[in-house]
Design a binder for this molecule. Structure first.
Ligand SMILES: *[C@@H]1O[C@H](CO)[C@@H](O)[C@H](O)[C@H]1NC(C)=O
Ligand SMILES: *[C@@H]1O[C@H](CO)[C@@H](O)[C@H](O)[C@H]1NC(C)=O
Ligand SMILES: *[C@@H]1O[C@H](CO)[C@@H](O)[C@H](O)[C@H]1NC(C)=O
Ligand SMILES: *[C@@H]1O[C@H](CO)[C@@H](O)[C@H](O)[C@H]1NC(C)=O
Ligand SMILES: *[C@@H]1O[C@H](CO)[C@@H](O)[C@H](O)[C@H]1NC(C)=O
Ligand SMILES: *[C@@H]1O[C@H](CO)[C@@H](O)[C@H](O)[C@H]1NC(C)=O
Ligand SMILES: *[C@@H]1O[C@H](CO)[C@@H](O)[C@H](O)[C@H]1NC(C)=O
Ligand SMILES: *[C@@H]1O[C@H](CO)[C@@H](O)[C@H](O)[C@H]1NC(C)=O
Ligand SMILES: *[C@@H]1O[C@H](CO)[C@@H](O)[C@H](O)[C@H]1NC(C)=O
Ligand SMILES: *[C@@H]1O[C@H](CO)[C@@H](O)[C@H](O)[C@H]1NC(C)=O
Ligand SMILES: *[C@@H]1O[C@H](CO)[C@@H](O)[C@H](O)[C@H]1NC(C)=O
Ligand SMILES: CC(=O)N[C@H]1CO[C@H](CO)[C@@H](O)[C@@H]1O
Length: 750
């Protein structure tokens, strides 16, 4: 009996316990269903993605779309991706979901703010509200209550708020990703409490102030992405405690100071990007001490030197970019040992000096057989170019412009099949057009300008370099005629042969010269393993000599100025409807300006000055509707300057000066307006006057006869004859008017 009692008691207690646990559980589950249905009611749900959410279905909550339950039937995950709900979170009853571990509302059309109630999701491990660009306002402080949160991802919102210091309460956080959410203010020092954080992504915001020292406490950090903010001050020294750091992205801020040598100690350091800041001093010696560094991007800073040992141990380095610093250093000192993996090297716009040959004549750069991008432009390097450059099998882009390289470009029987871009401009190279280029069949850009190349332009260039789009040979001493074959380049967009000693006529069959025949819509980016670069080429455009960066499509033009070219301007030029500039100034061109020049409607800059052109300026000039720089001075042009909307804006008379026969705006008025070169306006006026004149005369004669004839011929027969006569008369006068008008029209069209 006693035993029975005990068993009964036990059973009873167990049932009670079950009831106690189960009853509230089902009540909670019903509450979760109600909460979802209530939120759904506040949304538009245009695409029906929530159609299963209904109280009629509340018993099968775990089968509702986008919902996942735990074993007890509570909602563990709510995951909506790329739907259009068009609503807010205001009616989301957060306390109803104490078991929710994952809330993902990615690109669902939310607007409004993130409610403070979100802090009630105390079991939450993953929170992602990315790509709801109309979600505004603060990150609620209550976010700090999410003690279990491992991932907080809010990308591409427009919060316009600060990062609350309560962020430091999220001590379980593994990844904090607030990429492009318009964060303002500074990074709170409490961030240092996130000692488990591996990824810190605050890229592309408006953060100000310094990087807090406390960052050094986050010893699990592998990735720091703070690029594209307004951060300032020095890099905190504590960062060297981050022994697991692999990726350090700090580009595009206003950070300054020195880079400390210990940064390279991390044996895992893989990528360092610190471009576009104000870092200065000598770049430390040991950036590769860890041995794993692959990318070092440090352009657009104020570094003044580079340590001899900087690239020692950089055996994994792929890309190094120090463009636009102030580095004074001997180039080959920095690379006294073979770093075998290097693919991209950009040391442009510094003051690197020395030769690219070693003391004993052995080349060092060519040992980088994987190199595909080499930019050493705008430094102080000198010496000859080694033949081995042509053997660098991966080379795709090489820019040695604006140095003091000299000598003959060496001959070679080979050329990298990948070589697309070759810039040797503004050096002291001599000799004939480099014969070695004959093998560089895939060149797109060739710039040999500003050297001392001489001899003729070879006729093989268009056949051997069929893909060429940009050819610049200006400011050399090339002589002889322009070979007809130059017009066989069917992709050429830019032809600059200016400032040489070329003679003879401008070749004139442009039928295969199709690269300039229509507007170019493609932007020519340089794609390398290291990244995408904008094409750059030096051109004289609108009287300004500058480096044109092709970030907009459609640059095309011809510059043959400053040679000894003679004969007429070929009419074929007027078929090049894509060109935006044409410069033929400073030659011996004679004859008339082609009458269809107005076809070149994209022309913005036209210079025909300092030639022997004669005749009138063709009226089609008025069709040059985008012309903004024009120069026709110092020719023998005559007659009235045409008028047209765009031409009226060119008010500087000097652009027509030194043409004794020219008149009209902006020069003096033409004295004799009856010359055949009168403007259309005055022609129209004259025509109107003539019409009037002719009609008055006709009316007078007609009326005279009608009136006086009535009196003269009274008898019926006579009267009949008279009206017949009047009819004839009328026909005759009309004929006269027409012949008078057509005579005028012929004159006017001339
Ligand atoms: C209930 O849910 C099931 C599956 O989720 C669905 O097929 C059904 O249409 C729903 N019923 C109602 C009334 O929404
Ligand atoms: C979302 O709803 C608001 C107001 O209810 C409306 O003004 C807006 O046009 C809607 N947006 C879309 C994308 O449907
Ligand atoms: C949460 O963060 C605030 C501000 O940093 C701090 O005052 C508070 O003590 C923290 N609470 C907990 C529980 O850590
Ligand atoms: C965190 O960093 C600060 C500043 O670097 C330091 O003073 C503090 O001792 C660190 N705290 C911990 C717990 O390591
Ligand atoms: C860190 O780097 C510095 C300077 O390069 C060096 O002196 C030091 O020994 C390194 N520390 C460790 C622990 O490797
Ligand atoms: C290069 O590596 C060696 C061996 O790991 C090390 O002793 C030396 O300090 C490193 N030098 C630099 C400049 O990083
Ligand atoms: C470059 O490579 C050649 C042969 O491959 C080798 O003899 C020479 O020592 C290397 N030069 C340097 C500076 O590594
Ligand atoms: C060379 O670099 C200097 C300094 O960065 C710059 O001012 C100049 O424009 C550059 N010249 C060329 C041709 O790029
Ligand atoms: C070209 O050669 C002439 C004569 O030798 C010299 O005066 C001139 O400086 C050289 N120009 C260049 C760009 O090297
Ligand atoms: C145009 O190209 C075709 C085919 O390459 C060639 O036969 C023809 O001679 C060229 N015409 C001119 C004027 O260059
Ligand atoms: C045409 O070329 C000459 C140099 O040959 C230059 O001085 C002039 O500025 C250029 N004209 C225009 C409009 O760019
Ligand atoms: C039940 C519950 O935890 N409610 C809390 C939800 O969040 C708001 C704002 O943080 C608190 O005020 C409530 O107490």
């Amino acid at each position: 009996m006693k035993h029975l009692h005990s068993v009964c008691f036990l059973l009873l207690s167990y049932t009670c316990l079950l009831l106690y646990v189960a009853a509230p559980a089902s009540a909670n589950i019903r509450g979760e269903a109600e909460a979802l249905v209530k939120w759904k009611a506040s949304l538009v749900d245009a695409d029906g993605s929530l159609s299963t959410w209904s109280m009629a279905n509340s018993t099968s909550l775990c089968n509702w779309w986008h919902v996942t339950c735990d074993l007890a039937g509570h909602i563990r995950q709510l995951m909506l991706i790329e739907t259009s709900l068009n609503g807010t979170l205001d009616d989301f009853d957060f306390p109803a979901f104490p078991h929710m571990e994952k809330l993902i509302l990615y690109d669902v059309g939310l607007y409004g703010t993130i409610p403070a109630g979100i802090g009630n999701l105390t079991s939450l491990v993953v929170l992602d509200l990315s790509r709801n660009p109309y979600l505004r306002g603060a990150i609620p402080r209550s976010i700090g209550q999410l003690m279990h949160l491992g991932l907080l991802r809010l990308r591409y919102l427009k919060l316009d708020s600060t990062l609350p210091e309560e962020i430091g309460n999220l001590t379980s956080l593994d990844e904090l990703d607030l990429y492009s959410v318009t964060l303002t203010g500074s990074i709170p020092p409490t961030i240092g409490l996130l000692v488990k954080l591996r990824k810190l992504i605050l890229r592309n915001n408006k953060l100000t102030g310094r990087i807090p020292l406390e960052i050094g406490n986050m010893t699990e950090l592998q990735s720091i992405e703070l690029d594209d903010n307004h951060l300032e001050g020095q890099l905190p020294g504590t960062i060297i405690h981050l022994r697991k750091l692999r990726y350090l992205y700090l580009s595009e801020n206003q950070l300054g100071g020195h880079i400390f040598p210990e940064l390279g100690n991390s044996s895992l350091l893989d990528e360092v990007e610190i471009a576009n800041n104000n870092f200065f001093g000598v770049f430390p010696s040991s950036i590769c001490a860890g041995g794993a560094l692959k990318f070092l991007i440090a352009g657009y800073n104020g570094f003044t030197g580079i340590h001899r040992q900087t690239f020692k141990n950089c055996t994994s380095l792929h890309s190094v970019d120090f463009t636009a610093n102030n580095i004074v250093a001997e180039l080959r000192d920095c690379f006294h040992e073979h770093l075998g993996q290097l693919q991209a090297m950009d040391f442009s716009e510094n003051q690197f000096y020395g030769t690219v040959l070693t003391d004993w004549g052995e080349v060092f750069l060519c040992n980088y057989t994987l190199l595909d991008f080499l930019d050493l432009s705008n430094n102080s390097l000198h010496g000859g170019l080694s033949q081995c450059f042509w053997d660098m099998a991966s080379l795709m882009f090489m820019d040695l412009s604006s140095n003091s390289f000299s000598g003959v470009v060496p001959f070679s029987r080979t050329c990298s099949v990948d070589l697309n871009y070759l810039h040797l401009a503004n050096n002291h190279f001599i000799g004939a057009f480099p014969f070695g280029l004959k093998k560089c069949k895939n060149l797109i850009t060739l710039d040999l300008g500003g050297n001392n190349f001489s001899g003729t332009i070879p006729s093989w260039i268009s056949k051997n370099l069929p893909g060429l789009k940009f050819l610049r040979l200006s400011s050399n001493t090339f002589e002889g005629v322009i070979p007809l074959q130059v017009l066989h380049f069917h992709k050429l967009q830019l032809l600059d042969l200016s400032k040489n000693k070329l003679t003879g006529p401008v070749p004139d069959d442009f039928s295969n010269f199709t690269g300039m025949a229509h507007e170019q819509e493609q932007i020519d980016y340089v794609y390398t393993g290291y990244g995408v670069h904008a094409q750059q080429i030096q051109i004289v455009w609108k009287n300004v000599d500058h480096v044109y960066v092709m970030v907009i499509a459609g640059m095309a033009g011809i510059d043959l100025s400053g040679n000894f070219l003679s004969q007429e301007i070929p009419h074929g030029l007027t078929t090049l409807l894509g060109i935006r500039y044409l410069n033929l100034s400073g030659n011996h061109l004679s004859g008339r300006i082609p009458k269809d020049i107005g076809n070149l409607v994209l022309l913005e800059s036209l210079d025909l000055s300092r030639n022997q052109l004669s005749g009138e300026i063709p009226p089609s000039f008025a069709d040059l509707k985008t012309i903004s720089v024009l120069n026709l001075s110092s020719n023998s042009l005559s007659g009235r300057i045409p008028t047209g909307n765009q031409l009226q804006t060119l008010v500087d008379p000097s652009i027509y000066s030194n043409n004794p026969g020219l008149c009209g705006f902006p020069l003096e008025d033409c004295v004799n307006s009856s010359t055949p070169t009168q403007t259309e306006e005055s022609q129209a006026e004259d025509r109107e006057a003539l019409w009037l004149y002719c009609f008055v005369a006709a009316g007078f004669i007609f009326g005279f006869w009608l009136y006086w004839g009535m009196f003269m011929f009274r008898s019926e027969t006579w009267r009949f004859s008279f009206y017949q006569y009047v009819d004839n008369m009328q026909a005759m006068v009309t004929k006269k008017i027409y012949s008078c008008m057509s005579h005028f029209r012929v004159n006017g069209a001339e």
